[in-house]
Write a protein that binds this ligand. Structure first.
Ligand SMILES: [Zn+2]
Length: 54
């Protein structure tokens, strides 16, 4: 498993999603906040560390 950071383009929520590397881009990732699947990868690891885990 690896952690990937995503940003929801609907509500701007940043979240971390754990999934096997082979599933990246193959399984749908949805926003835990609004349920939208309109999410994009965030490539700034330091950014996610400022977001508190819920
Ligand atoms: Zn959202």
């Amino acid at each position: 498993m690896a952690s990937y950071d995503f940003r929801c383009t609907s509500c701007d929520h940043i979240f971390t999603h754990d999934l096997p590397m082979r599933d990246l881009g193959r399984v749908p990732v949805t926003c835990p906040d609004c349920g939208s699947d309109k999410v994009e990868r965030v490539f700034t690891p330091f950014y996610a560390k400022t977001i508190r885990k819920s």
